[in-house]
Write a protein that binds this ligand. Structure first.
Ligand SMILES: O=C(O)CCC(=O)C(=O)O
Length: 415
């Protein structure tokens, strides 16, 4: 009885597999322009705050770029991949903000029995989320006293930039753009040598360095430091782009600290999760979707919130009218091993950049002696010797940059 029952179920299952196999084979052989495929291909509506499943980068079919890759989104996957509907989770809605908030924490979290090394290190779950989606939000990450010092420093940087003379050696670090309304400043590069130590305190804080160590390992290198801002009333867009494109053997990320609120109706940053896996054809993406690609999220932030973004995740911000001041400090980090493997800088440059870390640690300890300090675990082969000329050490220029992906050279300059 038992054996008979079993073999009956077995036979039934076999029948189901056989039927499924036949149906799959038939679908597989169907031409992509068949009625059945076209029925499957019908785009689902993308509206309001809801977006479809995030995008999958694929080789371009209609791209103007010959060797380029194009963003294929789940909704868009269906036309060219008739069969994909069988295994692509389709139209898995999430609302703007939802994904971000569910991965927001200021608490140390236990994962797989392991405790994050400090409350400021990322947990395994957070790292996994970052790797899958290309971004992670850390809410309320920077303490109020440090935040206030940074806000004051930012005011000073902007004020200095507005009056800097052309013969100042740092003149080029204050970046301006020509808008219809006139010339506006939008960026300050190399913030550490701009007369305010708050940027160095931030760099030396465990809130920054533990995150850098979590994503880049002990030999993390602070590779860029700038402030990007939109002056009050300057609502110019920052077009979709990837900051830098690299072979992805290591993580490279930007640490974006918000000094002001950034809201959806005020030109907040848009991110297209999962686009970080390869170079994207930004022109094709922009042409096809404008600011509404499926899966896009809008990253609403409060002062003290931090967005970590993979330098290859596509991001940008829309033009808005009557926008409030919105300042973001961007620190980029790469592993020393990554730079040695992929360039574009050499070992001496890495050493100069690494010398910023002990300066920053010392400054942080001077200003916040009672706070938890970051224990720097850099390997001995990379540990730098700090010189006594602090002002000289504070600006380590690049000379050359890793190429990103933009739709036009103008966008590269504006970012
Ligand atoms: O702050 C923004 O709106 C975007 C800035 C940006 O993406 C960049 O400078 O690379």
């Amino acid at each position: 009885m038992h054996i008979l029952g079993y073999s009956k179920i077995y036979r039934e299952n076999e029948m189901i597999y056989a039927y499924s196999y036949i149906i799959l084979s038939i679908i597989q052989k169907m031409p992509e322009d068949s009625v059945f495929c076209r029925l499957l291909e019908r785009r689902l509506p993308v509206s309001g705050l809801e977006r479809g499943q995030a995008c999958h980068p694929e080789r371009s079919e209609g791209s103007r770029s010959t060797d380029g890759e194009i963003l294929r989104c789940a909704q868009d996957d269906r036309p060219s991949k008739c069969l994909r509907f069988l295994n692509v989770p389709f139209e898995q809605d999430f609302k703007k903000g939802e994904t971000m908030d569910s991965y927001t924490t200021t608490q140390p979290v236990r994962t797989n029995g392991a405790v994050a090394r400090s409350p400021y290190h990322l947990t395994e779950e957070q790292i996994r989320f970052f790797d899958e989606n290309g971004y992670l939000v850390l809410r309320n990450w920077i303490p109020q006293d440090l935040l206030k010092r940074l806000q004051e420093a930012a005011e000073d940087w902007i004020e200095t930039g507005l009056h800097v003379s052309e013969d100042d050696p740092d003149f080029e670090d204050y970046r301006f753009a020509q808008r219809p309304s006139g010339r506006v400043m939008f960026r300050v590069n190399y913030v550490h040598n701009k007369g305010q130590s708050a940027s160095l305190e931030l760099l030396g804080s465990p809130q920054v360095l533990a995150v850098a160590e979590s994503l880049c390992g002990p030999n993390f290198v602070p590779t860029y430091e700038s402030m990007v801002f939109k002056q009050e009333g300057d609502g110019a867009a920052i077009q979709w782009h990837q900051d830098a494109v690299h072979p992805r053997q290591y993580r490279i990320f930007n640490y974006d600290l918000y000094l002001d609120p950034s809201r959806a109706d005020g030109g907040a940053l848009h991110v297209i999760p999962k686009t970080q896996l390869q170079r994207q054809d930004i022109c094709a993406l922009t042409e096809r979707w404008g600011w509404n690609p499926p899966g896009v999220i809008t990253v609403e932030m409060e002062p003290g919130d931090v967005l970590l973004h993979d330098v290859m995740v596509v991001h940008g911000s829309e033009e808005v009218e009557g926008k409030a001041l919105r300042r973001t400090i961007y620190y980029e980090f790469r592993a020393a091993e990554e730079i040695l493997t992929d360039g574009p800088w050499d070992r001496e440059w890495i050493d100069r950049r690494l010398r910023l870390v002990p300066l920053a640690l010392r400054r942080y300890e001077q200003v916040y002696p009672d706070s938890e300090q970051f224990a720097w675990g850099i390997s001995s082969e990379f540990r730098p010797q700090v010189s006594s000329d602090e002002q000289y050490e504070l600006k380590v220029a690049h000379g050359v940059h890793s190429g990103g992906s933009f739709c036009s050279a103008g966008d590269r300059e504006r970012r």
